[in-house]
Design a protein around this ligand. Structure first.
Ligand SMILES: *[C@@H]1O[C@H](CO)[C@@H](O)[C@H](O)[C@H]1NC(C)=O
Ligand SMILES: *[C@@H]1O[C@H](CO)[C@@H](O)[C@H](O)[C@H]1NC(C)=O
Length: 239
């Protein structure tokens, strides 16, 4: 598990650096930032949910500027915070924060929820968490609020120019396949078959999240940083 997390973090840092290098430089307001995924990037949504997957007690946050737990699964800043710093923005607020309204909508939003995975059955032990399908629905709801605040056209433009981070997949191993000996998924799939299955399902999520739904737009898929695809590649023996 520790090794998996380290590899994941390394992938996060590399992908983030690549995305920042590709970002346009001279523009007035920092681009908006949208975050989807699991505990690696949740910055407080689960604090608003009845779930055991939460980081609202010490030692979480001991190195944060306030030295208080914030809901981030980190002793201090997490990866989205560091990306926000490089964008020149405040961290995007958790989607469930009551402060996410008015001007704060322009920064973007963080839809992530600790415990979720690519698969819907990942993290069921945490009961009430926001699965990726619901995160994407919340993103549509966010866009309605944004459009009500700045108008449809400006909202579409803000979203199209945004940077998106999605990090999913670690929990499909640690909180599903390897959670207990003889887990349902481990009896269903050998590991070398489980990985391509996860990638297949992840591609579906990524294609939904980058295709325009109704009137509301989705960020340019070129600007999506999809981390665990990079993490999973080395496990693919037959691709
Ligand atoms: C997960 O649930 C959502 C919403 O119910 C559904 O659209 C999606 O197809 C499900 N994913 C899988 C892999 O079963
Ligand atoms: C889509 O946009 C048009 C024009 O802005 C508007 O009339 C229509 O109600 C919108 N549809 C939805 C589903 O929001």
């Amino acid at each position: 598990m520790d090794a998996l997390r380290l590899v994941t973090l390394a992938a996060v840092v590399v992908a983030a650096a690549m995305a920042l290098a590709a970002a346009p430089t001279a523009s007035a307001a920092p681009r908006a930032f949208f975050v989807f995924g699991d505990s690696l990037v949740d910055n407080g949504n689960n604090n608003y949910l009845m779930t055991t997957a939460r980081a609202d007690a010490p030692p979480y946050g001991i190195d944060f500027p306030t030295h208080m737990p914030t809901g981030r699964f980190s002793n201090g800043l997490n990866i989205p915070d560091i990306i926000s710093e490089h964008l020149g923005s405040q961290p995007a607020l958790p989607y469930l924060s009551p402060e996410l309204r008015g001007e704060n909508l322009l920064i973007g939003a963080n839809f992530a929820s600790a415990g979720v995975g690519i698969l819907n059955d990942t993290g069921i032990q945490f009961v009430n968490i926001i699965r990726i399908g619901q995160q994407l629905q919340n993103f549509q709801e966010y866009q309605q609020k944004l459009a009500a605040f700045i108008g449809e056209d400006a909202a579409t433009q803000l979203v199209n120019q945004a940077l998106v981070l999605i990090t999913l997949g670690g929990n499909d191993f640690v909180n599903n396949y390897y959670l207990v000996p003889f887990s349902v998924r481990s009896r269903q799939f050998a590991i070398q078959d489980y990985v391509p299955y996860l990638i297949f399902e992840y591609k579906k999520i990524l294609s939904v999240s980058s295709s325009p739904a109704s009137n509301y737009s989705s960020p340019d898929s070129n600007e999506m940083i999809s981390l665990q695809i990079m993490l999973l590649k080395p496990f693919l023996r037959y691709e």
